[in-house]
Design a protein around this ligand. Structure first.
Ligand SMILES: Cc1ncc(COP(=O)(O)O)c(C=O)c1O
Length: 342
């Protein structure tokens, strides 16, 4: 950051283009082309993080009262954006393995006027599931048939544990039905409020909404990301970060699977930041969370990932922070303690 300030000086205090620096948009598009996305720099908008991109996307293609399909479980911040725009959400199960219950979505589309679908196909938060290409294409064909935009959240796409960066629904889109967005919050730091969106045929509406929210992201952050993309240090950083995340996910899963009581279930994440799990029904969840807090292990209760109470016995564990042998031991104690009280 200091290097950027030294190099760019007071030019960082000027207005940058409303849609963000063209150099940055070029670099984002060039990088995305390496994993199959065709992003047009003139149709990219730099945003204040991913959630702002989601807000712009939804505000551009819906009206208050519209019905939006979301994944279930769904990250609570996404549910909050939907509620804030006075939209109604209908939850579609994220099936294990292939990533989405398309049969259920088709039924819902036949019976309701769905105005948009918000999904995280690559390493969904909280389950870490990667949607298959077959399902990605199927979702696109449903959206084309019922003529609604898919709003694709690719915030975890760079954090894959496999050999290849997965592509997205947008990479199969020829009609402009997909709005793809992402940010550098999960790969660099959430304090760098820098995201982007590519709005297909909804670009003009998105541009107007973005403009109404004020000028673009602070130039110093834009220049910082330009530097990291230009000299490839972003990709170098990702290579070691992915290895670290993979190892941490494996260590945590091993403890969960070997020390938690029979009847517990843990999703094997294929990338991303989190593990989704559940305990046998009947466990006193309030007592469980209180004991975890005592052990300084934070689980996010499953209930907040839905508008229903279907995830009462579920919870999310984030493994993105450094996992120490002390925290693994605390996790082991939690599991063993649970066995005693069941
Ligand atoms: C799926 C998902 N979307 C969006 C966000 C927020 O991203 P940002 O900090 O870039 O607004 C998060 C993380 O908090 C997330 O998990």
């Amino acid at each position: 950051m200091q290097e950027v300030i030294r190099e760019k000086g007071t030019s960082l205090l000027r207005y940058y283009p409303a849609n963000g620096s063209l150099e940055l948009r070029d670099l984002i598009a060039k990088r995305a082309s390496q994993y199959g996305y065709t992003l047009h720099p003139e149709k990219l908008i730099i945003t204040d993080g991913a959630l702002q991109a989601l807000y712009i996307a939804l505000a551009s293609v819906t009206n208050a009262g519209d019905l939006i399909a979301v994944e279930s479980p769904c990250v609570f911040s996404v549910l909050e954006v939907i509620a804030n725009l006075k939209l109604k959400a209908i939850e579609i199960p994220v099936r294990d393995r292939d990533g989405f219950d398309t049969g259920y979505l088709k039924k819902i589309c036949a019976d309701h006027n769905i105005r948009s679908l918000v999904v995280t196909p690559n390493f969904h938060n909280p389950t870490g599931i990667l949607m298959s290409d077959i399902v990605k294409k199927e979702l696109l064909s449903i959206a084309e048939e019922y003529e609604f935009p898919i709003i694709e959240n690719d915030i975890y796409g760079d954090l894959y544990f496999g050999n290849e960066r997965p592509s997205g629904i947008g990479s199969f889109d020829t009609g402009g039905w997909v709005i793809t967005f992402s940010s550098f919050s999960k790969t660099l730091a959430p304090g760098i409020r820098l995201g982007w969106m590519h709005s297909g045929k909804f670009h003009a509406e998105a541009e107007r909404t973005r403009f109404a929210l004020g000028r673009s992201v602070a130039p110093v952050y834009q220049e910082m990301v330009i530097k990291l993309l230009e000299d490839h240090s972003y990709d170098k950083h990702l290579r070691s970060f992915r290895k670290q995340l993979y190892k941490q996910a494996k260590d945590v899963l091993e403890v969960l699977k070997s020390h938690f009581p029979d009847g517990s279930y843990f999703e094997d994440p294929q990338g991303g930041y989190s593990i989704w799990g559940s305990l046998p029904e009947g466990v006193d969840m309030e007592k469980f969370y209180a004991y975890c807090e005592q052990q300084r292990i934070l689980f996010t209760p499953g209930e907040i990932f839905s508008l229903t109470d279907q995830f009462r016995y579920h919870f999310r564990i984030i493994f993105a922070e450094r996992i120490t042998s002390h925290s693994l031991l605390a996790l082991q104690n939690i599991g063993e303690n649970l066995k005693q009280i069941l």
